[in-house]
Design a protein around this ligand. Sequence first.
Ligand code: URA
Length: 476
Amino acid sequence: MHAITIDDHFDAWRAAALDALAQGFAPESIDWRTAQAEPALFAASESRASSAAAQTADAPHIRISRELASLLKDAAHLRDERRWSFLYRVIWRWTQGDRSVASPADEDGARLYKMAKAVRRAQHDMIAYVRFRQRDASLGAPEYVAWYEPDHDVLAWGAEHFAARMGRSTWLIATPEGAAMFDGEHLQIERRRALAAEHAVDTHDAAETLWMTYYRSIFNPARLNETALEQHMPVRFWKGLPEGALIPQLVSAARGGARRVAQAPGVGALGGKAVQVEAHDAQPERDAPTSLDTCRRCDLWRNATQAVGGAGPSDARIMLLGEQPGDQEDLKGEPFVGPAGQLLDDAMRRAGLPREQVYLTNAVKHFKWEPRGKRRLHKTPAQQEVDACSYWLEQELRDVGAQVIVTLGATALAALFGRRATLSAHLGRVVPYGDKFVVATYHPSYALRQNDEAARERTVAAIVEALERARALSAR
Ligand code: URA
């Protein structure tokens, strides 16, 4: 066993990892340890960081994809003490020629993506929820202070963001693990726990009083949507925001009648006669909408960013039918561009079926979701919604010449054969559908949800087999 001790940051790990790779150390033969935080860690970590940089200069050079490099770098900031050994396993597999380690379809790849995503969310939160308070000028520098509790190790990243945007002002961000200080020119990161309490931010700020008055005045109880409020500004951040203390009061006043009172003067102030119109009445349902964007055949449009139509050549021989757009598809307006799409791309590659040659679409064209914290979690569409959306699927089946349809998952199968059709009864079979053929297989998300690597690979193999069968049928 080789014990490798590093400072707890990416550059130090990278230098040590390159070294270990050069010596051919297998992942299971390394015991990764991190140096204990010392009282004056800032100075110490500086010297370690530079020695790490020096090592990197002599270290062997390995080529990795830009995507993998960025995933490793982000994942390294996750608060998880097993991350260094895990990241080494990833890089080890890559250097052994196992490129699947960078795919979300791989067990390690999926974990890496998940780690990087959590860190990116923490970075976003830090920018959104740090609130600086201005200190009394007589106290001297720093002029602004903020207290923040990041979910992961993103203090240095966030501090650089603020340093680039706050000009020459001096400031300090204190966190439970340390602090970032900017003296107008230089940024310092100090990783010393005690500091947090020293800088507890209970300073009086004149601008803050103004901000609170402003916040109170723009808070419109008549338009309060508590779910949306908590989604946009998760409750765990309230304590760090000056306005956070006001929110519960304002919400409870809104519940207790202010909603109605505010509405009345608001409406009364308008000239002429004001008639409240529900969005649904303003854009009524049309049995035959002329475009997907104006579709109101079911209610899913209300919470979706946009409708996501099919994509691919209209003379494609094969149509792949999914369930509904996911979070990323909803934002981008294209089908299968998120993690399930990446797994599907891999499967298509393995089946020798280029994406450009198939038509990709979904049974339901709007993203159905429910909030979970700040995330939008996929919710399976109801059969009613699938039926309402069949209007668009039928058009696609008419307009696209595909002779073979591969249904991905149970919802896609039900969109063609009704909800009595079970996936287990159709898996791997070729079933006629008018003058076309349907090949049913699993949905790629089902493979992504499997934690057991062997089970996941079996699911992916079944998808690949269905795609190969569709390719053979379409070539007839
Ligand atoms: N899942 C689907 O069924 N379709 C998409 O477009 C993305 C994820």
